[in-house]
Design a binder for this molecule. Sequence first.
Ligand SMILES: Nc1ncnc2c1ncn2[C@@H]1O[C@H](COP(=O)(O)OP(=O)(O)OP(=O)(O)O)[C@@H](O)[C@H]1O
Length: 240
Amino acid sequence: MEHFVEPAVSVSDLHARRGSRKVLDALSLTIPAGLVVGLIGPSGSGKTTLMRAIVGVQVVQSGSVSVFGQPAGSASLRRRVGYVTQEASVYDDLTVRQNLDYFRAVLGAGRADVGRVLEATDLGPNAGQLTGSLSGGQRSRVSLAVALLGSPELLVLDEPTVGLDPVLRRDLWALFHRLAAGGTSLLVSSHVMDEAARCDRLLLMRGGEVLADDTPDGLLAATGTTDIEAAFLTLIEERE
Ligand SMILES: Nc1ncnc2c1ncn2[C@@H]1O[C@H](COP(=O)(O)OP(=O)(O)OP(=O)(O)O)[C@@H](O)[C@H]1O
C-alpha cells in the first residue's frame, strides 16, 4: 500500500500585498514534513511575507495556505506551529528563565520544557541574566528557545542565524537537523547562500516567485554549478 505523508505546508496560487506593493504573485509550493527546508532569496524577495502567511498573520488577497491540512492560522494549529520573527519577541525586563517560564505557562507546556530548551539553545549559563542585557545573538536565541517550548511540529524561523558567530551557527544548524530527525518540520529563511547547502531542500525565491524547489544537490546538477550562489545566478540569468 502506498504511504501518503501529508505535507507540513501547502500553498496554492497565493497573492499577497504589503502596502500597495504586490509581494507574492500566484505562489504555489509544498513543504514536506520532517525536513529542514531553506527559504533562500535576496532581501525583499518575499520570504517574510510567505512565512507570515504560513503562520496565519498575513492578510492575503487570494489563494490558500494550509498547514497539516488545516487553514493557516486556525486555532487548532496554535500549539503545533512555532514562529520566530526577525525581531526578538521577548521581555527585556525579565531574565531568560522568567521569559521561558512565562511563555511555557501561556502555552501550557510542562515545567521540564524550560530546561530542555535552555540546553538546546545553549542558554543555560545565561538563564539568570536579564534578557535586555544579552547580546543580539543571545537575544535571538531566547526567541528561538521560546518557539521550541511545547515541541511544535512546524518551526518557521525567519533568519535565525543573523548576528551569530560561526560556531553558534554551526550548532544551531545541528539543532535544526536533530529536530527534523525527531519529526519536526522546519522552514528556515536566510539570505546567506552558504547556509543553503545545510538544508535538506531549498526554495529559492526572487521577486515573490519561487525560482527553484529542489535539494541542494539537485539544484547544482540542474544548473551545472558547484555552489548554491552560482546556481541562483544561473537561474536568474535563464529568466532574463
Ligand atoms: N509593512 C510593509 N508595508 C509595505 N511594504 C512592505 C511592508 N513589509 C514589507 N514590505 C515590502 O514587501 C516586500 C517583501 O518583503 P519581505 O519582508 O517579505 O521580504 P524578505 O524576503 O523577507 O526580505 P528580508 O530578507 O530583507 O527580510 C519588500 O519589497 C518590502 O519592502
